[in-house]
Design a protein around this ligand. Structure first.
Ligand code: SF4
Length: 82
């Protein structure tokens, strides 16, 4: 389960985030490369841009569901507003 307490500070602020359990597998970056990118300084993935359109939100949801270490989370209050 992703944990907001473990959210990487490098994430762009907003609905989606990656926490510090990311194992750098490349899955999310392959699915949604506009939103997930590797931070080479930390060797983990961060959210570089938050999705706005429904299609892009769906793409990020797909990435979230595909993460093998369940490291991608959503801010509950922001997720509810969509
Ligand atoms: S799918 Fe999950 S473990 Fe893999 S790079 Fe993305 S956040 Fe990290």
């Amino acid at each position: 389960m992703p944990n907001i307490e473990d959210r990487l500070p490098q994430n762009a602020s907003g609905r989606f985030y990656v926490d510090n359990t990311c194992i750098d597998c490349d899955m999310c970056r392959g699915i949604a490369p506009d939103f997930f990118r590797r931070d080479d300084d930390i060797g983990q993935t961060i959210v570089v841009r938050q999705p706005v359109t429904d299609a892009d939100i769906q793409l990020c949801m797909e990435a979230l569901g595909s993460c093998p270490s369940e490291s991608i989370g959503q801010m509950e209050e922001l997720a509810r507003s969509h």
